[in-house]
Design a protein around this ligand. Structure first.
Ligand SMILES: *Cc1c(COP(=O)(O)O)cnc(C)c1O
Length: 328
């Protein structure tokens, strides 16, 4: 399929390696592999930098000098944005949702070190009037003669979604070099852009894989709608892509106590996985998603039937682990 790639900055260390999970593969009786998108950089680590390569290129092309974005207090997306802005000489305004003032730690500490301007809003505002708050920040900047560019939560909009469209093409290139094909690509679903990019590339390029998501903040029905919404925005800048609701495979049941909240079982899984594979998952996204994938493989979920070689994307998030030190 013909498509035109939007302008892109080169910020991430790409391609990220693909490694075999030896002991876990043996345990579940399938070939499990992991793509190390936690290694896209240090300050920039994780999946958000792939999306930011496109979103920030657009911001700069529009002559904007300050980036405004938002997330939870431990947002990986906000930290990656703060790091990228520092590197590019752009201002960074973060609107972080938190009901209490906490000490800088994890991503929030890094946001401070990277020089982002931070304002907190209560969760009620984050849920009910986030778009308004971001516009207020932009208007305030304009009064000071600065030109703001708003990136929505997780950069999961039409432009950010190119990041994982391109990541799927990267995976396809790695398959050719390896002489092997993955039947499925699996990721955590937080704001939907990672999944949408992978699924849209899979459909547009006719790769024939199953793209499987594990929602970590809401149920599958909610995210199916969200992903279809991103598809609409994406088709504005490219040829429309056919992606049916039925092509969207989401594994329900692994949200646990809710977004960014952990259960004892989740943390103990994360610890066992670290000791089995020498890889640290994060408590908010990849820990829940990998636990979901392995549980559903073991329970022989029909959505996963017949998969022989499965690629899990490690989308990063290690800094979110440290503020949870007391829960281990
Ligand atoms: C944001 C994030 C995700 C989820 O990606 P979305 O594109 O928002 O669905 C997964 N893992 C980590 C570590 C993240 O920071």
């Amino acid at each position: 399929m013909e498509f035109q790639l939007p302008a892109r900055l080169s910020l991430a260390n790409l391609p990220t390696p693909i490694q075999r999970l030896e002991r876990t593969s043996e345990r579940v009786g399938r070939e499990l592999w992991i793509k190390r998108d936690d290694c896209t950089g240090l300050e920039l680590s994780g999946n958000k930098i792939r999306k930011l390569e496109f979103a920030l290129a657009q911001a700069m092309a529009q002559g904007c000098d300050v980036i405004i974005t938002t997330g939870g207090i431990q947002s990986n997306h906000c930290r990656a944005t703060a790091a990228a802005c520092a590197r590019l000489g752009l201002g960074c305004e973060l609107v972080l949702a938190s009901d209490e003032k906490t000490e800088p730690d994890g991503n929030y500490l890094l946001d401070e070190l990277l020089g982002a301007r931070i304002r907190f809003i209560p969760f009620t505002d984050y849920r009910s009037r986030l778009a308004e708050v971001l516009e207020e920040v932009k208007a305030e900047l304009a009064q000071r003669g600065q030109r703001g560019y708003i990136i929505p939560v997780g950069a999961s909009n039409g432009i950010g979604t190119w990041g994982y469209f391109e990541a799927m093409r990267e995976i396809h290139g790695q398959e050719e070099a390896m002489g092997a094909t993955f039947d499925a690509v699996v990721c955590a679903v937080g704001s939907g852009g990672t999944y949408a990019g992978l699924a849209l590339a899979n459909a547009a390029l006719g790769l024939g894989k199953r793209v499987i998501g594990v929602p970590i903040a809401a149920d599958a029905a909610t995210f199916r709608e969200q992903i279809l919404g991103i598809r609409e925005e994406f088709s504005l800048i490219s040829a429309p892509v056919e992606l049916d609701a039925s092509d969207i495979i989401l594994l329900d049941g692994y949200v646990g106590r809710g977004y960014a909240l952990s259960t004892a079982e989740e943390l103990s899984f994360l610890k066992d996985f670290a000791r089995t594979e020498g890889i640290i998952l994060d408590p908010v996204y990849t820990g829940k998603a990998m636990r979901g994938l392995l549980s559903e493989l073991e329970a022989e979920n029909p959505l996963l039937a017949g998969l022989e070689r499965v690629l899990f994307i490690h989308t990063g998030g290690i800094f979110g682990l440290f503020p949870k030190r007391h829960q281990f």
